[in-house]
Design a protein around this ligand. Structure first.
Ligand code: KIV
Ligand code: ZN
Length: 568
């Protein structure tokens, strides 16, 4: 049960003292060195760790995306990982510009086994860690500070020796003080400096120091302060590649990584879509795409993000959330009417100025850049308004509703959505449109018409045959154009109709092209819309008037044919 006073159980995090911090004024202007830990930290956290086949597929995917540093496993702790490392090396599966990384604990037999696993590698990072956090020193390992330093130094010395014995490999050394963010800063500095000395780190022999937020325990600015403090206080900054490894326990792993980059980190370890222990490692896809939206190319290729997501889901056997930034199934979708309206306007402006800087409301990124289409952007349910409905009719069915008609028709769709209680597809919307405006054929139907005119006169005479309650009638009228003549003919037959508004456009192309006409007419006291389609624009406009009359006389049961079955 939650405590009335959590302060009796939990203490606020005490950050490093850095009143003259510089990082808040900086911006991320270039990508870091990216290191994927999907195959190690990510894999360690899976319900069913990956088998060889899934590991290989994920490795190939990481290479294809553009990762140059990939932690492929913990070979001294797992036979599967050992075998995988061997198969990568012996199978020649590692491109020359890619460096594999493996993790080891700071113990001699494990270090030796790690080097066995790496035999014959062209490029390799040996990553050793030990716990430096005071609670771990006391509770887990029972070591004091000097003993803790000794463990790190002994491991470093042995790794240095092993590296010297295998000069055919291009080695990099990496050390992580585990739980860096909860280690006393001066002790973190002391142990890293001891390790640097043991390794012989210099500007021309750099090592990676990885400073993990093993458990995220504070707001992300604290991690940034610690990284800036470390970079400013460490003895020989030039001898180091400073790496961060944010976990996501508070849900701010991405923010933490971004702030630590502003604070001076050179490298980020993380995973695709944030898989990893507990709430995961930092999500490199989000980080990279965040950079991209600021105009900085991340150096990783997520142009086709959906297949990447599906492949990662297969390898991890874990779903990516539908709201996951940049990739989730719903993140380029708007259901809300006001959002749809704004997106529709933004898209229309973009069509006119495709070269302009991206500025479409509610879409921080162009879906096309990550291989997503505009089609999925606007979807309709009971929360949607006219914007989405008319957008889908226009995009997918070539029907450009005039504004007032789109307001009326959105109410028809709203009733369907409320009745069904779930999303309705563009096909269902189209069916509702046909049912409401095009399919009603009683009491009136246009059977045919003939037009004649005098040369050089705008006036036309029209003779039309209509069906009224099943009986054919011929009606006649004259006017300034076919539609006006038709209205006159209807009036002469006892049906007074006044045109309030009229729009037309063509729909489709080539042999399939047809005209579509929209009218708003007054019949008695009622203003009513009608729509007609035909190969000829004259017939389409007359059919639109007939449609309006039929709607006026109908009982108005909207969209009778749209049911859940239409989804099938
Ligand atoms: O989270 C962590 O501290 C780790 C280390 C092994 C770097 O994964
Ligand atoms: Zn980790």
């Amino acid at each position: 049960m939650m405590l009335d006073n959590p302060a009796t159980k939990y203490r606020p995090f005490v950050g490093v003292d850095l009143p003259d911090r510089q990082w808040p004024n900086r911006r991320i202007e270039q990508p870091p060195i990216w290191a994927s830990v999907d195959l190690r930290d990510g894999n360690q956290s899976l319900i069913d760790p990956m088998d060889q086949e899934r590991k290989q597929r994920l490795f190939d995917l990481l290479v294809k995306i553009g990762f140059k540093q990939i932690e492929v496993g913990f070979p001294s702790a797992s036979q599967t990982d050992y075998d995988f490392v061997r198969s990568l090396i012996e199978g020649g599966r590692i491109p020359d510009d890619v460096t594999i990384q493996v993790l080891t604990q700071a113990r001699d037999p494990l270090i030796d086994r790690t080097f066995e696993a790496l035999k014959g590698a062209t490029n390799a990072i040996v990553h050793v860690y030990n716990a430096t956090d005071p609670m771990f020193r006391r509770v887990v390992f029972g070591v004091d500070k000097p003993e803790c330093i000794q463990i790190a130094v002994d491991a470093t010395t042995r790794i240095r020796q092993r590296m010297a014995e295998a000069p055919e490999t291009n080695w990099t050394f990496q050390y992580s003080p585990e739980l860096f963010t909860t280690t006393e800063m001066d002790f973190a500095k002391e142990i890293v400096e001891a390790v640097m000395t043991a390794f012989g780190a210099r500007a021309d022999n750099r090592m990676i120091v990885n400073l993990p937020a093993t458990v995220e325990v504070a707001t992300p600015n604290n991690y940034a302060d610690q990284i800036e403090w470390f970079c400013r206080h460490i003895k020989d900054r030039d001898a180091l590649i400073v790496s961060v490894h944010p976990h996501n326990d508070r849900g701010t792993g991405v923010a933490a990584a971004e702030m630590t980059l502003m604070a001076g980190a050179d490298r980020v370890e993380g995973t695709l879509f944030g898989n990893g222990e507990r709430t995961g490692n930092v999500d490199i896809v989000t980080l990279a795409m965040n950079m991209y939206t600021q105009g900085v190319h991340p150096g990783l290729d997520f142009s086709n993000i959906t297949p990447i997501m599906r492949e990662v889901e297969h390898c991890n056997q874990l779903p990516v959330h539908p709201r996951h930034p940049y990739v989730g199934d719903l993140v380029f979708t708007a259901f809300s009417g006001s959002h749809q309206d704004a997106i529709k306007k933004g898209m229309a402006e973009r069509r006119d100025h495709p070269e302009a800087v991206w500025a479409v409301p509610y879409l921080p990124i162009d879906p096309l850049d990550v291989g997503r289409s505009y089609e999925a952007v606007i979807r309709v349910n009971s929360q949607s308004g006219k914007g989405g409905v008319s957008y889908l009719l226009e995009q997918e069915h070539g029907i450009e509703l005039p504004r007032r008609l789109s307001i009326e028709f959105s109410q028809v769709v709203q009733e369907v959505a409320d009745r069904l209680g779930h999303e309705i597809t563009s096909q269902m919307i189209y069916q509702a449109f046909v049912d409401e405006y095009l399919a009603k054929d009683s009491p009136f139907k246009l059977v045919g018409h003939r037009l004649s005119s005098e040369p050089d006169s705008p006036r036309v005479s029209l003779e039309a045959t209509i069906e009224e309650n099943g009986d054919h009638r011929t009606i006649q009228g004259e006017g300034n154009g076919p539609l006006a003549a038709f209205i006159k003919a209807l009036a002469a037959a006892g049906h007074d109709v006044e045109i309030i508004d009229y729009h037309e456009h063509s729909r489709g192309q080539g042999a399939d092209a047809e005209a579509i006409a929209y009218v708003e007419v007054r019949v008695g006291d009622e203003a009513v819309f009608g729509v007609g389609t035909d190969e000829s624009i004259t017939s389409a406009s007359m059919k639109a008037v007939i449609s309006a009359l039929n709607r006026h006389f109908s009982t108005r049961a909207p969209a009778p044919n749209v049911t859940a079955d239409t989804l099938a």
